[in-house]
Design a protein around this ligand. Structure first.
Ligand code: URA
Length: 221
C-alpha cells in the first residue's frame, strides 16, 4: 500500500497506484467518459477498495471441515459487518460490497445535506440496524471534500455507541483538507481511498477530482 505524506499506514490506506488502477481513475476523471463507462470503471476501482477495506476487519481462528472430513484451520470476521451509505453517492458502493461479502452483512443509510445559507452539513435522516454498536462498520462515501458531511455521519454512528475504532471509511477520492480533517477529528478511525487530490475549488469540489460523482454515476447530469 502507498501512504503519502506521513499518514500512519494502519490509519489511512491509499491503494497502490498500479497501472490498472491509474487507467481506471483516468476514465473516471475524464469529462468525456460516458455514463456507462464511468459506471464500469467505478466498479473496477470499487472492487479493489472494498477488498482492501474488508481486509482491515479483524478476524479470529475458525476451523471448518471440508467434504474430505478433514479440518481446515481458517479465519472468520469477529463481528458482523454493516455498510453505511452516505446518500446519495455512497449507495454506489453497495452492489460491490454485497457481491464481495454477502455473509453476515447488513446495510444502513444516512442522509446529510448542505444548508444552502450556512453551507454547513445538516443531518436529515438515517436508517441503521438497531444493534449497529456491535458491528464492524464500513462507511461508504466516494468523495471526501471538506470532511463536513463525513464528520457528521461519523458523529451519528458514535452517538449510537459505535466505537470509533470499529469504523472504516471507504472512499474513492479524498481532498488533502478533508483527509486531514477526518484524521485529526477521529484518531481511531481508519480510511481506505484510491486517490488523494491536493485542492478544492471555490465551490468545494475536489480538484482535479472528477466532478459531481452522483450526477456522473446516476447519469443525472
Ligand atoms: N462531491 C462530489 O460529487 N464531487 C466533489 O468533488 C466533491 C463532493
Amino acid at each position: 500500500m502507498h501512504n503519502p505524506n506521513g499518514y500512519a499506514s494502519d490509519r489511512v490506506v491509499v491503494l497502490e497506484q498500479s497501472n490498472y488502477l491509474l487507467s481506471c481513475m483516468t476514465i473516471l476523471r475524464n469529462s468525456e467518459t460516458t455514463s456507462s463507462a464511468f459506471y464500469e470503471a467505478f466498479e473496477n476501482v470499487a472492487n479493489q477498495i472494498i477488498a482492501v477495506a474488508l481486509n482491515l476487519i479483524p478476524t479470529e481462528p475458525f476451523t471448518v471441515y471440508t467434504p474430505t472430513r478433514l479440518p481446515y484451520n481458517g479465519r472468520r470476521q469477529v463481528k458482523s459487518i454493516c455498510g453505511v451509505s452516505i446518500l446519495r453517492a455512497g449507495a454506489s458502493f453497495e452492489n460491490v460490497l454485497r457481491k464481495s461479502y454477502r455473509h453476515n452483512l447488513s446495510m444502513g443509510t444516512i442522509l446529510i445535506q448542505r444548508d444552502e445559507e450556512t453551507c454547513l452539513p445538516v443531518y436529515i435522516y438515517s436508517k441503521l440496524p438497531k444493534d449497529i454498536a456491535s458491528k464492524s462498520i464500513l462507511i461508504l462515501e466516494p468523495m471526501l471534500a471538506t470532511g463536513g458531511s463525513a464528520s457528521k455521519a461519523i458523529e451519528v454512528l458514535k452517538g449510537m455507541d459505535v466505537p470509533e475504532e470499529e469504523i472504516i471509511f471507504v472512499n474513492l477520492v479524498a481532498s488533502r483538507k478533508g483527509l486531514d480533517t477526518i484524521v485529526q477529528r477521529f484518531p481511531q478511525l481508519r480510511l481506505v481511498t484510491a486517490a488523494v487530490d491536493e485542492d478544492l475549488t471555490a465551490s468545494n469540489h475536489i480538484a482535479p477530482g472528477l466532478g459531481d460523482f452522483g450526477d456522473r454515476f446516476y447519469g443525472s447530469l
